[in-house]
Design a protein around this ligand. Structure first.
Ligand code: PLP
Length: 267
């Protein structure tokens, strides 16, 4: 057997198996890459929400990144829940040491996870600044949803023009590409995701899916893009493939517990 491309997720555990590390590993498997993990926090979570979390010491997060990168190698990496400014600083340092992100050669997708879909916080207030100043300049791609755009830029997106303004504002922090996901935008029957490389926009338009079970959809999108980059796709192709993948994954989502069920990754 040949060894598949290797991907690394730097993220939190979801005890309910819907989002976070668990969603990323399911997605990596479905995409045919070997998934590795640097766990940042353990959440206490079920289909109804996050009732607490315990963070992993920053030096242990950094060590997980370094040991897998130096032995196994990483073709692309992503972040999810990072919880605190101290963990973000440790991740930035470790990524620099092993060549992940723009100072190296390994594509780096930064998903600026700040809260669960139920509104439970997954990132401290002080950590927002660390995300913007320490991780965004290192990112190949940042993938905020509109709630995260508001927290990061102060822009309340209500139109496609504002979605473009938000992408430009985020590009100022130095990522190579910005993907502003328009999933929760206005009453449009279509859903626009906007990809921006600092000069040109690429639009991805898809049907608005009326789905009840969407837990983990953001993580699944970011880990699908990461898998595509690990396989050598260019950014536009990786995002296009990930959009198709997430649509099928949402259609295949299943009920779980009394709350919101997870999307189910499928090619
Ligand atoms: N829990 C963990 C550990 C996560 O990483 C995330 C999202 O990245 C969530 C929960 C939130 O997922 P959702 O927005 O689908 O509730």
């Amino acid at each position: 057997m040949t060894t598949p491309p290797r991907t690394l997720t730097i993220a939190g555990s979801d005890s309910g198996g819907g989002a976070g590390i668990q969603a990323d590993l399911r997605t990596f498997f479905a995409c045919g890459v070997h998934g590795m993990t640097a766990i940042t926090a353990v959440t206490v979570q079920n289909s109804l929400g996050v009732s607490g979390f315990h963070t992993i010491p920053p030096e242990v997060v950094a060590a997980q990144i370094e040991v897998v990168a130096t032995d196994i190698g990483v073709q692309a990496a992503k972040t999810g829940m990072l919880a605190t400014a101290e963990i973000i600083t440790a991740v930035a340092g470790a990524c620099d040491r092993v060549g992940i992100g723009r100072s190296g050669v390994t594509p780096f997708v930064v998903d600026p996870v700040s809260a669960s879909m139920h509104g439970d916080p997954l990132l401290s207030d002080q950590a927002l600044d660390a995300l913007r100043t320490e991780l965004f300049p290192r990112a190949s791609l940042v993938t905020p949803n509109l709630d995260e755009v508001r927290l990061l830029t102060g822009i309340e997106v209500r139109s496609q023009a504002q979605q473009r303004d938000a992408a430009k504002a985020l590009a100022e922090y130095g990522p190579q590409w910005v993907l502003v996901k328009g999933g929760h935008l206005w009453d449009d029957p279509e859903c626009l995701d906007l990809l921006y490389d600092g000069s040109e926009f690429t639009e991805f338009v898809g049907p608005r899916l009326e789905a009840k079970h969407t837990h983990g959809s953001g993580d699944t999108l970011a880990s699908t893009v990461t898998s595509g980059l690990a396989k050598g796709l260019d950014m536009v192709s990786a995002v296009r493939a990930a959009k198709a993948f997430i649509q099928r994954s949402v259609q295949d989502a299943y009920p779980l517990g009394a709350g919101v069920g997870p999307v189910s990754p499928r090619w």
